[in-house]
Structure formats: structure tokens, C-alpha cells
Design a protein around this ligand. Sequence first.
Ligand code: PLP
Length: 414
Amino acid sequence: MSYLETTDPEIAAIIDKETNRQINGLELIASENVVSRAVLEASGSIMTNKYAEGYPGKRYYGGCEFHDMAENLARDRVCSLFGAEHANVQPHSGSQANMAVYFAVLKPGDKILSMNLSQGGHLSHGSPVNFSGIIYESHQYGVDLKTERMDYGSIAEMAKKIQPKIIVCGASAYPREIDFKAFADISEDVGAYCVADIAHIAGLCATGIHPSPVGHTTFTTSTTHKTLRGPRGGFILCDKEFAAPIDKAVFPGMQGGPLMHIISAKAVCFKEASTKEFVKYSEQVVKNSRILAETLAAHNVRLVSGGTDNHLCLLDLTNFGITGLEAEQALGNAGITVNKNTIPNETKSPFVTSGLRVGTPAVTSRGMKESEMKQIGEWIAAVIRDSKNTSLQESIREEVKSLASQYPLYPDLT
Ligand code: PLP
């Protein structure tokens, strides 16, 4: 019996169930991944026992010498991975990384210009239900409703009219390349700070598969747990001139003690992301996404913007007469986990939606390639075409289980 099974059999049983769900199913949620055993080990390590408020060499607690070493490694590795001058690796999440940047340079009521949540942006980019839209005056751009891509000319016009203090670029559900240099130029023209939130595409930016914003934008924020394949968390990159206000905004501005077990795991993730294997992995993520998109398009599924350049595709289900919610549930019954998502020109609520977002980071981490993606695309198309057919869902679930068993989550975990 494990320590957990002895102390808390209820939680042990729940974790067991979730382990089985992950082992036997296909995770196509674009913001999720499967971390390495090394990342998992560091995340569950005794580094969790320690308070380390402050920064390396300047802590508010004794006994931090090894925590200093871990945090310095994480900072140095992420700076070298992205070619940045300064990094703060303490934000507990992507939202908190964004919050710290706003705290560093904005005052309540200042203007933010960012992408609309319903067209691909993120809550922490000024949504009215989030702190970012409550504390600051938020203005939002969307995609061009014909091309479903960002229209840099119209964003530049909005920026001139609004005169925001910050322009945020980066998205949660945008399948195309983002021109960070164009955003930096637009920001410079209106005297705004430019924040690139690369939470989704960090792994692709680190490997040069997607152009990196570092060197163009004033700040770069990210999560570590999506394409970067690290523990759940966030970080901020900036030039040295902003190091002090950013560090002050994270601690003591916004957080107390850093999660040192997670910072240690971030350091492992940054090391892994700097390897040739990770470049190959990231290339495969994008190849897999393209194959999935092509397979679905061949079954008359409309892809928002006509395709994908990155790790995700956005499907418009309108032609199939089902909602994103119904498709999410039907695919869930078939062992394929996806999320409903709003699409440009959305007519339904965010709880229902007309779209689905599918992504390839997690299945690629399990070793799946083009032929598996084709098969998965066929299954998705079959389920959404006949979404009430529960016996079809059950039979696909068995096939999904058999495919998943050939690509174990962790080889030693059964
Ligand atoms: N920024 C973007 C673009 C995201 O997609 C997300 C999460 O999905 C976040 C920030 C926030 O990350 P977290 O959930 O860690 O707060």
C-alpha cells in the first residue's frame, strides 16, 4: 500500500480513477499535456516543505540556500531558452503572470487593448468578469469576421483611437501564427507597452517553430504547462530595465511564498525544452495538428480560418446541427476529451457554443504521429456526424482504449 492509500484512501481512489481516465483516453484539450516523470518527481518533491519569500540571495526565511540554487537555475534556463534578459519564475499561474505585468506598469482605470475572449483571447486579457476587466478600462479587438484571422491594420486603428497603456497579444483559441513584431510596432506607434502572452504556444516559440515575441515586445508572459510540457505555473520575461518593477509586482505585490517544488519542476521543464528531442516533439505537435485538421476538413467539418499553423484547430459545428456542448459530451463518451469553444460570429452562450477546440500536445507526448491523428480525426467526424448514436460512441471508446494502450502515458504505470 502506498502512503496515500494508507492515509487517505478516498483521495487515493480518486487519483486512481483519474489515472485510469488518462491512461485509457485521448486527451485533445489544447491547453493540456503529459509531463515527464522528471517533472512529476520534482513537482512532488520535498521542496514543497519550505517557505522562500523573496528572491535568491534576498529571502525572508533562513535555510533557503538550496531553493536559491533551484530558482537561479530555473531563471537562467528560461532566459537562455528564450534569449531573454530577465525572468521571474514565481507566478503561480499564467493569469498571475499577466496580473503582475499589469500591476508593474498600470494604475487602476488605465486602458488595456486586447483580444476578445469569445474570439480567442483569455479571461485575464481584460474580460469584464475578470480582475483585468474590473480594475482596468478594457478595450477589445477581435478577428476579421471573413478571414477569421487577426487584422493588424484594424488593430492599429483601434490603438490610435483608444491610446491604451498596454496592448496584449496572444490567445487561447487562435489556430494561426501571431505576428508579434506587428503588435510591437503598433504598440510603439501609440506609446503603449506590448505584452505577448504565449501561454499556449510557448513550446513552439522556444523551439523556433512559431516566431518568438522576445526581443520585440516589452513583456512576455506564459504558462509552463501547455505546449512547454512543464508543471502548472507561469513566468514572465522582460528586459533588465523592467526587472525590478516586475519582481516587485510578483512579490510582495501579488503573491507570498513561491511554490518551490513547482519552480524546481519548471527548471526541469526548461532543461527538457532546450533539447533536440523537444524540437522534434514540437515539430510533431504541429504536423499532427495539420493532419487532424485535414482529416476533419475531408469530412466537411469547417475549420475556423480554414486550417491551422499551430497545435490546435477550432471546429465550427454549425453544419452538423449540434452544439459544442453536445459534441464535447458525445466525444467524452467515446473516450476523446475535448472542450466546447466559442467561434468568431458565435450565436450561442459560452456554456453551449457552436465550436470545439482540439489540440495535439498531449497525444504527441504519448508518441502518436500522423497515422494515429488520421484515425482520431475519423473517430471525431463519425461521432459528431451521428452524435446521438451511443452504441457508436461505445464501440469507438473500445478502439480508443486499444490505441491508447499502445502509447502508454508512463510506461511503468498500469
Ligand atoms: N493566457 C492564455 C493565453 C491562456 O490560454 C491561459 C490559460 O488557458 C492563461 C493565460 C492562464 O493560465 P492559468 O490557467 O495558469 O491562469
